[in-house]
Design a protein around this ligand. Sequence first.
Ligand code: UD1
Ligand code: UDP
Length: 378
Amino acid sequence: MKIAVIIGTRPEIIKMAPVIDEIDKRGIDYILIHTGQHYDYEMSHKFFIDLELKKPDFNIGVGSGSHGKQTAVMIKKIEDVLVAEKPDLVLVQGDTNAVLAGAVAASKLHIAVGHVEAGLRSYDKTMPEEINRQVADVASKLYFVPTEETALNLLFEGLSPHEIFITGNTIVDACIRNLKIAEKSSKALSDLDLDGDVLTLTMHRAENVDDPQRLRNITDALLEIGDELEDLKIIFPVHPRTVKNLKKYGIYDKLESAAHIQMTKPVGYLDFLLLLSNSKFIMTDSGGLQEEAITLNVPCMTLRYNTERPETVTAGGNILVGSSKQKIVDTLKQISGDEDLYKGMMEAQNPYGDGKTSQKILDVVLKAFDEGKLDIKS
Ligand code: UD1
Ligand code: UDP
């Protein structure tokens, strides 16, 4: 059996790494295709070092561009690789343009697609990720869903329960494995000024950082928080999309000169995990961080009005604060001023499994292969 694993951006490298490790462990033949959607050292190569991954067998080098152009180039080049390599299964992860391109290219060649983190839905079709998820799910054969709730999304869309496998999320595998390594090897904390209560912040979602009004509302809240909560220190590793827009709208220098905000380049996974696990709060619009927050028992505020990870909210570990300045400031004050609320958020139960997701995925893959279920023409 031969598997083609497709990755393209930071979160796909992180969340696919445990699956790749498991493929390696079982001695299965595989190729690794990197679409090159993320290409900066600190958005891509650094993760190959931290996660001890082999160099990709193919790097498509798509780079940045409009959705149409980026996706079209990826479909064409992934198709070329798949035609030449003839894998039995293509694995994609998540909801990026690489996932859309990989799932479309493979399914049109009648190669079975396994979608890791399938079934998530925000039902917000203004998000490019929602379109990517839905299209990838239409094109897939095996659905590795993180939770029962996610499985129901797919059942409601008419998919067969025989193709849906509740496996948890590989982010838990990644967190458990790499936090242990980080605790031994990372020097991240000594490089940062971590006096006081640390709030780790990330944001990169198009609807927040490409919209100057929303970006201003959020950054005004970050500045005001410094006056309201004296001991708070915000550590902000800034995504390249966000750097570009903060500079474009003249906000970057204001944030950089605020005494309570420390901006850095994006950091490697080991350093970042150690930072998260030593944080008192997480504020983010990232999908992965909502999951990592509840895995590491750190209360999370999500800078969005909806989430495709509602389990984190219903479990009590995550609050949606949107992009309203007042709501962001008030919620943070409330959480930090109410010990019971803070403790309740910390103790929210992780819905994403026990860290054995990649083993479960590979068990399903091998069984499906043995039973001839990857032959989608039969
Ligand atoms: C992409 C995904 C998003 C995911 C995020 C993870 C899509 C539609 N979006 O968003 O779902 O949450 O990755 O971080 O697939 N840039 C660089 N260097 C890089 C990469 C990007 O400078 O290595 C800059 C470029 O100016 C680029 C911009 O960031 O135009 C946006 O990059 P892009 O990959 O299009 O989208 P992300 O916002 O990273
Ligand atoms: N991450 C990291 N360094 C950083 C910021 C994030 O290693 O400076 C990791 C984070 O731990 C998570 C993943 O990147 O696993 C999330 O990626 P991102 O927020 O870019 O994408 P999303 O999850 O929203 O698709």
